[in-house]
Design a protein around this ligand. Sequence first.
Ligand code: NAP
Length: 340
Amino acid sequence: MVLYLIIQYFAEFCLCSLIVTILSIVCVRFIGEKNVPCKCTARLDGKTVLVTGGSMGIGLATARDLARRGARLILTCVNEHTAKAAAEELIATTGNQDIHYRQLDLSSFDNIQNFAQDINENFDKLHILLNNAGKSCQPTEKIRITEDGLESTMQVNFVGLALLTLLLLPKLNASKPSRIVNTSSKAFKTHQFILDDITTYRPMFALKIYSNSKLCVLLWTKALSRRLSDGITANALHPGTVNTNIYVTKNDRLMNYIFTKLVRFVFKTPVEGAQTSIHCCVASSLEGVTGQYLADCQISESVEAFDDFEYTEKIWEKTMAVIKSRLPDEVLKQITVSHK
Ligand SMILES: NC(=O)c1ccc[n+]([C@@H]2O[C@H](COP(=O)([O-])OP(=O)(O)OC[C@H]3O[C@@H](n4cnc5c(N)ncnc54)[C@H](OP(=O)(O)O)[C@@H]3O)[C@@H](O)[C@H]2O)c1
């Protein structure tokens, strides 16, 4: 009798778990996030596009689409061999021969400066900068402080992005109409941010570090957009929840196995996740549109702070305090606030 009851309870428990799992998958996949494809068919012949982190995941899927549209493409990767392999694969699959690759590590200011100098010297134009590269910060991960004294997720996802963008600004300005597209994440909604987090590591739940860095990308984009002259735009985006390596935990194989088996059904594919990035890069409907946040290929609501002039200016100033010494006078002159 007791055994019968235990079996009955166990069976009910399994059935309930199965129903909850199926409902969660349905909610996330079909209700929570929409799969909106970029419908713009614009070509990019004669345009130069730089995609950071273009060797896998959303970056690679975006790069493939942009290559098919005829762009001159520059891909970056932390590891030069990986970037080379991605570039060769794109040349083979798209037929576009004008695909270049470079090594870039956003966790080093010196590396970013050398990279930007290389791009400024060797490419005459830059029409689209897609800041796609990013890393997660997982609970099992050891916190790393970079050679520049910043927490590594904050530097790779945000401060490095800011430095790179400003170092390339004169080139973007000289290539108008041009676009800056910054990859944020809806994870910013769960942030636990104070201004000092840009410069100083504060112990907190690891995923919050990621959320904070993506909040900074979002708010900094707004402040940047106010400083850009006509003909150059800056927008931020959320690609969706996408099945990529960003969720792979380096030292937990069991968790990775379960997770990767499950997310196949729940998350967007990289091609689906690339749609908003592609849209921000090419859509003619976004000509002149700046200082916006996009998700599912449309302008979307983000957080209240996005429209808070003073707060976004504070993010700007705090970031400038870290990177200003790395910026040439030519750039500093171009980012005098215009209060658009
Ligand atoms: N997947 C999602 O659900 C999701 C959701 C919201 C936002 N995002 C954002 O979307 C972007 C692309 O992510 P993904 O999902 O495609 O991840 P991914 O497959 O892990 O790709 C991340 C890319 O960033 C590059 N990267 C990592 N660390 C770097 C560093 N220190 N310097 C320069 N590049 C670096 C990687 O290059 P290496 O191969 O050399 O490491 C890789 O190409 C990220 O900004 C991410 O935060 C993703």
